[in-house]
Ligand binder design. Structure first.
Ligand code: GLY
Length: 379
Protein backbone atom coordinates (compact mmCIF):
# COMPACT_ATOMS: atom_id res chain seq x y z
CA UNK A 1 0.00 0.00 0.00
CA UNK A 2 1.36 3.45 -0.87
CA UNK A 3 1.50 6.21 1.75
CA UNK A 4 -2.25 6.86 1.84
CA UNK A 5 -4.58 8.58 4.28
CA UNK A 6 -7.15 6.35 6.02
CA UNK A 7 -9.83 7.87 3.79
CA UNK A 8 -7.88 7.05 0.61
CA UNK A 9 -7.08 3.53 1.87
CA UNK A 10 -10.80 2.95 2.25
CA UNK A 11 -11.46 4.19 -1.28
CA UNK A 12 -8.78 1.82 -2.65
CA UNK A 13 -10.24 -1.14 -0.74
CA UNK A 14 -13.77 -0.37 -1.91
CA UNK A 15 -12.69 0.12 -5.52
CA UNK A 16 -10.66 -3.11 -5.49
CA UNK A 17 -13.75 -4.91 -4.16
CA UNK A 18 -15.90 -3.47 -6.96
CA UNK A 19 -13.26 -4.50 -9.52
CA UNK A 20 -13.22 -8.07 -8.17
CA UNK A 21 -17.01 -8.41 -8.41
CA UNK A 22 -17.36 -6.85 -11.84
CA UNK A 23 -14.37 -8.55 -13.48
CA UNK A 24 -15.45 -11.97 -12.25
CA UNK A 25 -18.89 -11.62 -13.85
CA UNK A 26 -17.52 -10.08 -17.07
CA UNK A 27 -14.74 -12.67 -17.49
CA UNK A 28 -17.17 -15.57 -17.10
CA UNK A 29 -19.20 -14.33 -20.09
CA UNK A 30 -16.24 -13.18 -22.23
CA UNK A 31 -14.77 -16.63 -22.83
CA UNK A 32 -12.60 -16.93 -25.95
CA UNK A 33 -12.79 -13.26 -26.93
CA UNK A 34 -10.11 -10.57 -27.14
CA UNK A 35 -12.13 -7.37 -26.71
CA UNK A 36 -11.37 -3.84 -27.89
CA UNK A 37 -14.66 -2.04 -27.24
CA UNK A 38 -18.32 -2.76 -26.45
CA UNK A 39 -21.39 -2.85 -28.65
CA UNK A 40 -24.56 -2.26 -26.63
CA UNK A 41 -22.62 -3.04 -23.48
CA UNK A 42 -21.21 -6.35 -24.77
CA UNK A 43 -17.51 -6.81 -25.53
CA UNK A 44 -16.62 -7.23 -29.20
CA UNK A 45 -13.98 -9.77 -30.28
CA UNK A 46 -10.75 -8.92 -32.15
CA UNK A 47 -9.35 -12.45 -32.11
CA UNK A 48 -10.50 -13.34 -35.63
CA UNK A 49 -8.01 -13.73 -38.48
CA UNK A 50 -8.42 -10.21 -39.88
CA UNK A 51 -8.12 -8.41 -36.52
CA UNK A 52 -5.79 -10.53 -34.42
CA UNK A 53 -2.83 -8.19 -35.17
CA UNK A 54 -4.66 -5.16 -33.70
CA UNK A 55 -2.24 -3.34 -31.40
CA UNK A 56 -4.51 -3.47 -28.32
CA UNK A 57 -4.85 -7.25 -28.26
CA UNK A 58 -2.52 -7.68 -25.27
CA UNK A 59 -4.60 -5.65 -22.82
CA UNK A 60 -7.33 -8.20 -22.14
CA UNK A 61 -4.62 -10.73 -21.26
CA UNK A 62 -3.01 -8.06 -19.05
CA UNK A 63 -6.29 -7.49 -17.22
CA UNK A 64 -6.59 -11.22 -16.73
CA UNK A 65 -3.05 -11.54 -15.31
CA UNK A 66 -3.62 -8.60 -12.95
CA UNK A 67 -6.84 -10.19 -11.69
CA UNK A 68 -5.22 -13.64 -11.44
CA UNK A 69 -2.32 -12.24 -9.49
CA UNK A 70 -4.82 -10.49 -7.16
CA UNK A 71 -7.30 -13.35 -6.63
CA UNK A 72 -5.56 -16.58 -7.77
CA UNK A 73 -8.83 -17.53 -9.49
CA UNK A 74 -8.10 -19.90 -12.35
CA UNK A 75 -10.67 -18.43 -14.75
CA UNK A 76 -8.38 -15.40 -15.17
CA UNK A 77 -5.27 -17.50 -15.84
CA UNK A 78 -7.13 -19.55 -18.45
CA UNK A 79 -8.44 -16.45 -20.24
CA UNK A 80 -4.95 -14.89 -20.22
CA UNK A 81 -3.30 -18.01 -21.65
CA UNK A 82 -6.02 -18.29 -24.30
CA UNK A 83 -5.36 -14.75 -25.57
CA UNK A 84 -1.58 -15.33 -25.50
CA UNK A 85 -1.99 -18.46 -27.64
CA UNK A 86 -4.29 -16.67 -30.09
CA UNK A 87 -1.61 -14.01 -30.59
CA UNK A 88 0.75 -16.67 -32.01
CA UNK A 89 -0.86 -16.04 -35.41
CA UNK A 90 0.69 -12.55 -35.32
CA UNK A 91 4.20 -13.85 -34.61
CA UNK A 92 4.07 -15.50 -38.04
CA UNK A 93 2.77 -12.40 -39.84
CA UNK A 94 5.48 -9.85 -40.73
CA UNK A 95 2.86 -7.24 -41.67
CA UNK A 96 1.10 -7.65 -38.32
CA UNK A 97 4.22 -7.02 -36.24
CA UNK A 98 5.26 -3.45 -35.48
CA UNK A 99 6.60 -1.27 -32.66
CA UNK A 100 3.55 -2.21 -30.57
CA UNK A 101 5.01 -5.67 -29.92
CA UNK A 102 5.50 -4.45 -26.36
CA UNK A 103 1.81 -3.66 -25.91
CA UNK A 104 0.92 -7.12 -27.25
CA UNK A 105 3.43 -9.40 -25.55
CA UNK A 106 4.43 -7.68 -22.28
CA UNK A 107 0.93 -8.05 -20.76
CA UNK A 108 0.55 -11.61 -22.14
CA UNK A 109 3.61 -13.80 -22.75
CA UNK A 110 6.09 -11.85 -20.61
CA UNK A 111 3.58 -11.55 -17.74
CA UNK A 112 3.01 -15.31 -17.97
CA UNK A 113 6.76 -15.97 -18.00
CA UNK A 114 7.31 -13.69 -15.01
CA UNK A 115 4.66 -15.60 -13.03
CA UNK A 116 5.18 -19.18 -14.19
CA UNK A 117 8.57 -19.34 -16.00
CA UNK A 118 6.73 -21.01 -18.90
CA UNK A 119 9.27 -21.65 -21.67
CA UNK A 120 6.84 -21.15 -24.54
CA UNK A 121 5.91 -17.74 -23.14
CA UNK A 122 9.62 -16.91 -22.91
CA UNK A 123 10.04 -17.82 -26.58
CA UNK A 124 7.13 -15.60 -27.59
CA UNK A 125 8.56 -12.65 -25.66
CA UNK A 126 12.03 -13.08 -27.16
CA UNK A 127 10.72 -13.39 -30.73
CA UNK A 128 8.65 -10.22 -30.22
CA UNK A 129 11.66 -8.39 -28.73
CA UNK A 130 13.92 -9.42 -31.61
CA UNK A 131 11.37 -8.12 -34.10
CA UNK A 132 11.06 -4.84 -32.17
CA UNK A 133 14.84 -4.43 -32.05
CA UNK A 134 14.93 -5.05 -35.81
CA UNK A 135 12.88 -1.87 -36.35
CA UNK A 136 15.75 0.31 -35.11
CA UNK A 137 16.95 2.89 -37.62
CA UNK A 138 20.70 3.30 -37.11
CA UNK A 139 20.98 6.70 -38.88
CA UNK A 140 18.24 8.37 -36.84
CA UNK A 141 18.63 6.22 -33.71
CA UNK A 142 14.87 5.65 -33.44
CA UNK A 143 12.54 2.65 -33.55
CA UNK A 144 10.29 2.83 -36.58
CA UNK A 145 6.62 2.99 -35.53
CA UNK A 146 4.12 1.65 -38.05
CA UNK A 147 4.43 -0.36 -41.24
CA UNK A 148 3.36 1.31 -44.50
CA UNK A 149 -0.37 1.59 -45.13
CA UNK A 150 -1.17 1.54 -48.85
CA UNK A 151 0.73 4.43 -50.41
CA UNK A 152 1.80 5.95 -47.07
CA UNK A 153 5.53 5.79 -46.42
CA UNK A 154 6.28 5.41 -42.70
CA UNK A 155 9.96 4.45 -42.94
CA UNK A 156 11.01 7.54 -40.97
CA UNK A 157 8.12 7.73 -38.52
CA UNK A 158 8.51 7.42 -34.77
CA UNK A 159 5.77 8.04 -32.20
CA UNK A 160 5.77 8.90 -28.48
CA UNK A 161 3.68 5.78 -27.71
CA UNK A 162 6.78 3.66 -28.39
CA UNK A 163 8.21 4.69 -25.00
CA UNK A 164 5.78 2.12 -23.58
CA UNK A 165 7.16 -0.63 -25.84
CA UNK A 166 10.78 -0.17 -24.71
CA UNK A 167 10.29 -2.31 -21.57
CA UNK A 168 10.06 -5.37 -23.86
CA UNK A 169 13.67 -4.64 -24.84
CA UNK A 170 14.77 -4.01 -21.24
CA UNK A 171 13.20 -7.35 -20.29
CA UNK A 172 14.92 -9.17 -23.18
CA UNK A 173 18.35 -7.89 -22.11
CA UNK A 174 17.64 -8.83 -18.51
CA UNK A 175 16.69 -12.44 -19.28
CA UNK A 176 19.23 -13.11 -22.05
CA UNK A 177 22.18 -11.13 -20.67
CA UNK A 178 22.60 -9.66 -24.17
CA UNK A 179 22.96 -5.85 -23.95
CA UNK A 180 21.83 -5.16 -27.56
CA UNK A 181 18.14 -4.86 -26.69
CA UNK A 182 18.78 -2.39 -23.90
CA UNK A 183 21.22 -0.39 -26.06
CA UNK A 184 18.48 0.06 -28.65
CA UNK A 185 15.91 1.05 -26.01
CA UNK A 186 18.26 3.66 -24.55
CA UNK A 187 19.14 5.05 -27.99
CA UNK A 188 15.43 5.42 -28.83
CA UNK A 189 14.66 7.03 -25.45
CA UNK A 190 17.49 9.56 -25.99
CA UNK A 191 16.12 10.44 -29.44
CA UNK A 192 12.61 10.81 -27.99
CA UNK A 193 13.91 13.15 -25.26
CA UNK A 194 15.54 15.32 -27.88
CA UNK A 195 12.86 15.47 -30.56
CA UNK A 196 9.52 14.74 -28.90
CA UNK A 197 9.61 16.65 -25.63
CA UNK A 198 9.02 20.38 -26.09
CA UNK A 199 10.30 23.25 -23.91
CA UNK A 200 7.03 23.49 -21.97
CA UNK A 201 6.99 19.76 -21.10
CA UNK A 202 4.34 18.84 -23.69
CA UNK A 203 5.16 16.18 -26.29
CA UNK A 204 4.71 15.65 -30.03
CA UNK A 205 2.81 12.58 -31.10
CA UNK A 206 4.63 11.80 -34.36
CA UNK A 207 8.11 12.86 -35.51
CA UNK A 208 9.29 12.05 -39.02
CA UNK A 209 12.99 11.53 -39.68
CA UNK A 210 14.77 11.08 -42.99
CA UNK A 211 15.21 7.27 -42.86
CA UNK A 212 18.54 7.51 -44.75
CA UNK A 213 20.29 10.50 -43.12
CA UNK A 214 18.39 10.33 -39.80
CA UNK A 215 17.69 14.09 -39.79
CA UNK A 216 14.41 15.27 -38.31
CA UNK A 217 12.01 16.41 -41.02
CA UNK A 218 8.84 17.47 -39.18
CA UNK A 219 6.33 16.63 -36.47
CA UNK A 220 2.67 15.76 -36.97
CA UNK A 221 -0.35 16.19 -34.73
CA UNK A 222 -1.17 12.48 -35.18
CA UNK A 223 -4.10 11.43 -32.99
CA UNK A 224 -4.31 14.92 -31.48
CA UNK A 225 -5.97 17.93 -33.08
CA UNK A 226 -3.04 19.29 -35.08
CA UNK A 227 0.67 20.11 -35.42
CA UNK A 228 1.95 21.52 -32.13
CA UNK A 229 -1.14 20.37 -30.25
CA UNK A 230 -1.08 18.25 -27.13
CA UNK A 231 -2.83 14.90 -27.58
CA UNK A 232 -3.48 13.87 -23.99
CA UNK A 233 -2.88 10.13 -24.37
CA UNK A 234 0.45 10.95 -26.00
CA UNK A 235 1.35 13.10 -22.98
CA UNK A 236 0.44 10.11 -20.77
CA UNK A 237 2.50 7.65 -22.84
CA UNK A 238 5.48 10.01 -22.51
CA UNK A 239 4.97 10.61 -18.78
CA UNK A 240 4.68 6.89 -17.99
CA UNK A 241 7.17 5.73 -20.63
CA UNK A 242 10.05 7.91 -19.43
CA UNK A 243 9.64 6.93 -15.77
CA UNK A 244 9.67 3.29 -16.92
CA UNK A 245 12.96 3.90 -18.75
CA UNK A 246 14.24 5.40 -15.49
CA UNK A 247 13.12 2.33 -13.53
CA UNK A 248 14.95 0.02 -15.95
CA UNK A 249 18.16 2.10 -16.37
CA UNK A 250 18.35 4.35 -13.28
CA UNK A 251 19.35 7.17 -15.66
CA UNK A 252 18.16 10.33 -13.87
CA UNK A 253 17.63 12.16 -17.18
CA UNK A 254 14.62 9.95 -17.87
CA UNK A 255 13.19 10.65 -14.42
CA UNK A 256 13.58 14.40 -15.03
CA UNK A 257 11.91 14.10 -18.43
CA UNK A 258 8.97 12.21 -16.98
CA UNK A 259 8.65 14.86 -14.25
CA UNK A 260 8.68 17.68 -16.81
CA UNK A 261 5.85 16.03 -18.74
CA UNK A 262 4.03 15.36 -15.46
CA UNK A 263 4.16 19.00 -14.36
CA UNK A 264 2.86 20.11 -17.77
CA UNK A 265 0.07 17.50 -17.54
CA UNK A 266 -0.87 18.44 -13.97
CA UNK A 267 -1.08 22.14 -14.83
CA UNK A 268 -3.62 21.35 -17.57
CA UNK A 269 -5.99 19.07 -15.63
CA UNK A 270 -9.45 20.66 -15.56
CA UNK A 271 -11.21 21.25 -12.23
CA UNK A 272 -13.42 18.20 -12.94
CA UNK A 273 -10.40 15.86 -13.13
CA UNK A 274 -11.74 14.60 -16.47
CA UNK A 275 -9.25 14.69 -19.32
CA UNK A 276 -9.96 16.07 -22.82
CA UNK A 277 -8.70 14.38 -25.99
CA UNK A 278 -6.18 17.17 -26.55
CA UNK A 279 -5.12 19.83 -24.04
CA UNK A 280 -5.15 22.29 -26.96
CA UNK A 281 -8.47 21.30 -28.53
CA UNK A 282 -10.86 24.18 -29.35
CA UNK A 283 -12.43 25.72 -26.28
CA UNK A 284 -15.96 24.70 -27.36
CA UNK A 285 -14.96 21.04 -27.88
CA UNK A 286 -15.83 18.84 -24.88
CA UNK A 287 -14.57 15.45 -26.14
CA UNK A 288 -12.85 13.44 -23.43
CA UNK A 289 -10.42 10.58 -23.30
CA UNK A 290 -10.64 8.62 -20.05
CA UNK A 291 -7.73 6.40 -21.13
CA UNK A 292 -5.36 9.38 -20.91
CA UNK A 293 -6.41 9.89 -17.28
CA UNK A 294 -5.86 6.24 -16.32
CA UNK A 295 -2.45 6.00 -18.04
CA UNK A 296 -1.27 9.32 -16.54
CA UNK A 297 -2.36 8.08 -13.09
CA UNK A 298 -0.14 4.99 -13.52
CA UNK A 299 2.84 7.14 -14.49
CA UNK A 300 2.24 9.59 -11.63
CA UNK A 301 2.09 6.73 -9.11
CA UNK A 302 5.48 5.48 -10.31
CA UNK A 303 6.86 9.04 -10.05
CA UNK A 304 5.51 9.26 -6.50
CA UNK A 305 7.59 6.17 -5.60
CA UNK A 306 10.85 7.53 -7.03
CA UNK A 307 10.65 11.11 -5.74
CA UNK A 308 10.41 12.66 -2.28
CA UNK A 309 8.70 15.44 -0.35
CA UNK A 310 6.15 17.76 -1.89
CA UNK A 311 6.59 16.55 -5.45
CA UNK A 312 6.01 12.95 -4.47
CA UNK A 313 2.84 14.00 -2.61
CA UNK A 314 1.71 16.07 -5.62
CA UNK A 315 2.06 13.05 -7.95
CA UNK A 316 0.16 10.78 -5.56
CA UNK A 317 -2.62 13.31 -4.91
CA UNK A 318 -3.01 14.04 -8.61
CA UNK A 319 -3.22 10.33 -9.45
CA UNK A 320 -5.91 9.94 -6.78
CA UNK A 321 -7.82 12.92 -8.15
CA UNK A 322 -7.79 11.43 -11.67
CA UNK A 323 -8.79 7.96 -10.49
CA UNK A 324 -11.56 9.16 -8.18
CA UNK A 325 -12.99 11.32 -10.98
CA UNK A 326 -13.03 8.23 -13.21
CA UNK A 327 -14.58 6.07 -10.48
CA UNK A 328 -17.34 8.57 -9.71
CA UNK A 329 -18.14 9.89 -13.18
CA UNK A 330 -16.68 7.67 -15.88
CA UNK A 331 -16.70 4.09 -14.56
CA UNK A 332 -19.60 1.87 -15.40
CA UNK A 333 -20.14 -0.36 -12.34
CA UNK A 334 -23.27 -1.96 -13.82
CA UNK A 335 -22.61 -5.73 -13.65
CA UNK A 336 -24.55 -6.31 -16.88
CA UNK A 337 -22.32 -4.03 -18.97
CA UNK A 338 -18.92 -5.43 -19.95
CA UNK A 339 -16.73 -2.33 -20.05
CA UNK A 340 -15.45 -0.35 -17.11
CA UNK A 341 -14.39 3.08 -18.42
CA UNK A 342 -16.63 5.31 -20.50
CA UNK A 343 -15.80 8.28 -22.73
CA UNK A 344 -12.54 6.98 -24.17
CA UNK A 345 -11.39 8.36 -27.53
CA UNK A 346 -8.92 6.77 -29.94
CA UNK A 347 -8.14 9.89 -32.00
CA UNK A 348 -9.38 13.49 -32.23
CA UNK A 349 -10.08 13.33 -35.98
CA UNK A 350 -11.86 9.96 -35.93
CA UNK A 351 -15.58 9.93 -36.70
CA UNK A 352 -16.45 8.41 -33.31
CA UNK A 353 -15.52 9.71 -29.89
CA UNK A 354 -16.22 8.79 -26.29
CA UNK A 355 -16.78 5.04 -26.24
CA UNK A 356 -15.25 2.21 -24.21
CA UNK A 357 -11.68 1.11 -25.03
CA UNK A 358 -10.03 -1.90 -23.43
CA UNK A 359 -6.72 -0.25 -22.49
CA UNK A 360 -8.65 2.33 -20.45
CA UNK A 361 -9.99 -0.54 -18.36
CA UNK A 362 -6.54 -2.14 -18.17
CA UNK A 363 -4.74 0.98 -16.89
CA UNK A 364 -7.51 1.83 -14.42
CA UNK A 365 -7.09 -1.64 -12.87
CA UNK A 366 -3.29 -1.32 -12.90
CA UNK A 367 -3.46 2.08 -11.18
CA UNK A 368 -5.80 0.89 -8.41
CA UNK A 369 -3.57 -2.13 -7.77
CA UNK A 370 -0.49 0.09 -7.64
CA UNK A 371 -2.21 2.02 -4.85
CA UNK A 372 -2.96 -1.15 -2.88
CA UNK A 373 0.51 -2.60 -3.52
CA UNK A 374 -1.01 -5.61 -5.31
CA UNK A 375 -0.04 -4.80 -8.91
CA UNK A 376 1.68 -7.38 -11.09
CA UNK A 377 4.53 -5.41 -12.69
CA UNK A 378 3.93 -5.71 -16.43
CA UNK A 379 6.23 -3.08 -17.96
N1 GLY B 1 -0.73 3.57 -29.63
C1 GLY B 1 -1.84 4.21 -30.21
C2 GLY B 1 -2.74 4.87 -29.27
O1 GLY B 1 -2.43 5.21 -28.17
O2 GLY B 1 -3.86 5.10 -29.69
Amino acid sequence: MMNLTEHDKKWVEQTTGKLKSKLHAVTERTSGKIPYTTEDGVFDDRSGKSEIAWWTNGFWGGMMWQMYSLTKEDLYRKAAVDSEEKLDAVLLDAAGLDHDNGFRWLPTAVANFRLTKDQQSYNRGIIAANNLAGRFNLAGRFIRAWNDWGEDDHRGWAIIDCMMNLPLLYWASEVTGDPRFRQIAVAHADTARKYFVRGDGSVNHIVEFDPFSGEMIRSYGGQGCGVGSSWTRGQSWGLYGFVLSYIHTKDERYLDTSRRIAHYFISNIPESGLIPVDFRQPIDCSWEDSTAAAIAACGLLELAKYTEGRDSRLYLDTALKLLKALDEKRCCWDMNIDNLLEKCTAAYHDKEHEFSIIYGDYYFIEAVLKLSGEELFIW
